[in-house]
Design a protein around this ligand. Structure first.
Ligand code: MRU
Length: 359
């Protein structure tokens, strides 16, 4: 299965090449494939803020490379000044988006490298190696989660099934072939997928533009539906699982993910559909007790008032939180590379992070 899965790594959202971070511009996909090059941390922070690169793990990986770019730019300056300049750039990266904890997790890993280097010279090669290790570890985590998640689906039913996903938790959002979409890819290879329903995911359309495109490229049977079709689909469409990624999971198992995930979780419980959340341990924030503490990003009203850059209404006030929090009680299983947690709660999350709950 590992080799078959690796063969599905066809779409690559970010590359580190000769000291340049190259990002596949996700604002243009799938109609145009254009790469944007980042040569410093400010460009990287802007690319994260403006959604050139998006998805929690990919944001973390991009931020790590952003620190390497900062080190290349400032590292040859005198001791006091390179440390200050690097700290300023890391703050810029940290301010790019607030909800996905992978960003802060990756910056913390890079900060540890700086803290461990007491000399006058900037530890450029250690920083670069750490960013590449973060990137590679995410790829490996995708592989582990795909297999664990697929086994859970098979354990409940070994016939081909109808799945529903929201937003994009695929190759475009990670260092590999995805978290939720990794599980779906593995399930497809195992003959467990009859059809995938991709919520279009208003307002940014990650579902119709990114998820449906990714799955169609892989030959997975997929169709796009309006987000508001989900209840009808669950009643009429034989959906067995809702499978999503996460931007931050707190110590009690609450899950922040793309706006609309919470309503899917409520609908899933009502219709006896299971909810699987797939996320690497870099998405788990044991510092926050519950989802109530998660900062929820609000984006521009234009995302709602315009479609494809064209106004669809007058300049009205708009409410545009781009994430919501699903309480742990509505989650059937969290799949991580460390293991899986069924019916998550604080004790099980603690055990996962301390020892892994491997199945
Ligand atoms: O605003 P986005 O596109 O960055 O939001 C992405 C999501 O909500 C994903 O579901 C989440 O980051 C998991 S990606 C593996």
């Amino acid at each position: 299965m590992r080799e078959q899965l690796l063969a599905t790594e066809r779409i690559i959202p970010l590359e580190w090449k000769q000291g340049v971070l190259r990002l596949l511009d996700q604002r243009l996909l799938p109609l145009q494939q254009r790469w944007l090059e980042c040569r410093d941390a400010a460009q990287t922070a802007a690319a994260i803020r403006d959604m050139v690169v998006r998805g929690a793990p990919a944001i973390g990986i991009a931020a790590a490379y952003g620190v390497v770019l900062a080190a290349r730019q400032h590292g040859s300056k005198s001791l006091a000044s390179w440390r200050d300049l690097l700290a300023g750039d890391m703050q810029l990266l940290a301010a790019s988006r607030p909800t996905a904890v992978n960003l802060f997790w990756a910056l913390e890993r890079m900060q540890q490298v700086l803290d461990n280097s007491s000399g006058d010279t900037c530890p450029l090669s250690e920083l670069e190696a750490t960013a590449q290790a973060i990137h590679q570890a995410d790829r490996e985590a995708n592989l582990a989660m795909a297999q664990l998640g697929m086994e859970i689906i098979r354990r409940h039913c070994d016939a081909p099934q109808h799945l529903l996903t929201h937003c994009n938790a695929g190759a475009l959002a990670t260092g590999g072939f995805g978290t939720a979409l990794g599980v779906i890819r593995a399930a497809h290879l195992a003959g467990l997928v009859a059809h995938v329903h991709a919520d279009e995911t208003r307002p940014w359309l990650q579902g119709s533009r990114l998820t449906a495109w990714e799955l169609a490229c892989d030959g997975v049977p997929v169709s796009v539906n309006a987000d508001s079709a989900a209840a009808h689909l669950m009643r009429e469409g034989d959906i067995t699982w809702v499978i999503v990624g996460a931007d931050r999971i707190t110590a009690n198992g609450d899950v922040a993910n793309k706006i609309g995930t919470y309503q899917l979780a409520v609908l899933a419980r009502f219709h006896d559909v299971r909810l699987m959340v797939v996320a690497p341990s870099s998405t788990i924030d044991m510092q926050l007790a519950s989802g109530a503490d998660i900062p929820i990003e609000q984006r521009s009203a234009d995302e709602l008032l315009q479609v494809g850059g064209q106004p669809v209404t007058t300049q009205l006030p708009a409410f545009n939180p781009v994430f919501d929090v699903t309480p742990a009680s509505l989650v059937d299983v969290i799949v991580t590379e460390l293991g899986v947690v069924e019916q998550p709660d604080a004790a099980k999350m603690r055990q996962l992070m301390q020892t892994g709950v491997l199945h």
